[in-house]
Design a binder for this molecule. Structure first.
Ligand SMILES: Nc1nc2c(ncn2[C@@H]2O[C@H](COP(=O)(O)OP(=O)(O)OP(=O)(O)O)[C@@H](O)[C@H]2O)c(=O)[nH]1
Ligand SMILES: [Mg+2]
Length: 415
């Protein structure tokens, strides 16, 4: 098959999307089924949080997802007797957090949770309040987990550092924990506690990497700057021990700056991954993609709190124009094709469909953010800028989808 001749068949135009957006007859059940099919194909990185009650697990989820707009509290769903999970973002998730309940409160038998996690990709994130030295319930489970799964990476966050500061003292800046002499640069009590906690755990069994990361996630009214002390180090540790680019998935990168864009980013990635997954499915295929795109645009409008009705929709699609970037995407995919193929056991058609569907969804999302932000702020919308954002995002969308494929994920999640 000549890869270029059939390429057109796999490239989207926005006819179906326009129809779906302007006559919102989206069959929710069909869409749910489509998204469920996507999730089956789309392995989800799982972060398993292990820590005593009030250790700061939820605070870490909030910091990593970066969005106070996300309603973490209501999003958790039970999965075992002692654990619950939270897929973020809920509709088209890019990551799953698994939150263990009751560690340290009663006899906790991790077997069921370990079994539940067994088939899933993994990062175990231990959470310990720095000044709480009674960490045996946590260290004990960490040891059991690593004895069963010697290669699973472990990151342990030591939280609430300021509880070990003398009154009135602020954080030690710059963040000292990447230097070997950090114990001598901290208040003595805190230093002793951090070292003692590490000694309690000792060396974990197995060969997987493990890292300790002191953090302090405070509220502005605590008067400690920065309020996300150590968060960058936590990201660095997660990046160092896992293959998945969680940071890119969640949008913690520097180019995703304002809060709305930051909140929107994982929704865009999640829907792009879902579109890529269904785009390649023989049974659903390209027909399922516009519904996912329509859903993404609705979600984004809700994030930006902009009404998403006929006028806005028509205006946005009008700015975008028909077929925008299609020729560009065709060239891009043509060029990237031979890089993609060795990583997939799929037909070329499925590769086109997946990549085109995913990249276009990603680009639509990024262009919509520009549009919605401008509407929100009452700013003039510049068609050239909007199209440039769209075209640029096609490139980054293709790159994102390729890196997902290349890195692969060790295991599949089947919710
Ligand atoms: N100073 C400081 N406070 C923190 C930190 N992490 C969490 N907290 C606070 O500690 C309290 C408990 O934090 P959560 O994140 O709810 O703890 P959790 O482990 O999810 O607790 P459970 O869900 O009850 O098991 C909250 O009031 C947080 O604001 C931290 O790193 N520093
Ligand atoms: Mg919690």
């Amino acid at each position: 098959m000549n890869p270029f001749s059939s390429l057109k068949n796999w490239l989207p135009d926005f006819t179906d999307l326009r129809r779906l957006l302007l006559n919102p007859s989206v069959d929710d059940q069909a869409l749910e089924a489509t998204l469920a099919a996507a999730r089956q194909r789309q392995p989800l990185p799982v972060i398993w949080l292990l820590g005593k009650t009030q250790a700061g697990k939820t605070a870490i989820v909030q910091a990593l997802t970066g969005s106070p707009l996300a309603e973490i509290g209501t999003g958790f769903r039970p999965c075992t007797r002692t654990a619950r999970f939270y897929d973020y973002p809920e509709d088209a998730p890019v990551v799953r957090f698994l939150d263990t309940r009751g560690l340290g409160e009663r006899a906790y038998d991790p077997d069921e949770d370990i079994q539940y996690c067994e088939s899933q990709a993994h990062l175990v994130l231990g959470v310990m309040k720095a000044m709480d030295l009674a960490q045996e319930p946590v260290t004990c489970v960490l040891r059991q987990v690593r004895a069963r799964h010697p290669t699973w990476p472990v990151v342990i966050a030591q939280t609430g550092l300021n509880e070990g500061y003398p009154p009135g003292q602020g954080h030690v800046l710059p963040y000292p924990f990447d230097q070997d002499d950090w114990p001598s640069r901290l208040p003595a009590d805190l230093s002793r506690a951090l070292v003692a906690q590490r000694a309690t755990l000792g060396t974990l069994p197995g060969s997987g990497p493990s890292r300790w990361v002191p953090i302090d996630l405070t509220q502005p009214e605590d008067g400690l700057e920065p309020t996300d002390y150590g968060l960058a180090a936590l990201w660095a540790a997660i990046g160092a021990v896992t293959a998945d680019d969680l940071r890119a998935r969640l949008g913690a990168d520097a180019d995703v700056h304002d809060l709305f864009a930051r909140t929107a980013h994982p929704h865009i990635v999640g829907h792009a991954l879902a579109a890529a997954a269904v785009g390649a499915l023989p049974a659903v295929g390209l027909a399922g993609v516009p519904a996912i795109q329509a859903k993404l645009l609705h979600s984004l409008a809700a994030i930006y709190q902009v009404p998403w009705k006929g006028r806005q929709i028509a205006e946005f699609l009008g700015f975008l124009g028909t077929g925008i970037g299609i020729a560009y995407l065709a060239r891009l995919l043509g060029r990237e094709l031979f890089k993609l193929v060795p990583y997939l056991g799929q037909s070329l058609g499925a590769v086109y469909a997946a990549t085109a569907s995913g990249a276009v969804t990603f680009a639509l999302g990024k262009a919509a953010c520009y549009y919605l932000r401008a509407v929100r702020l009452g700013e003039r919308i510049d068609a050239t800028t909007l199209r440039a954002i769209y075209t640029h995002a096609l490139t980054s969308g293709v790159a994102m989808l390729q890196s997902e494929r290349r890195e692969g994920l060790p295991d599949q999640v089947t919710p």
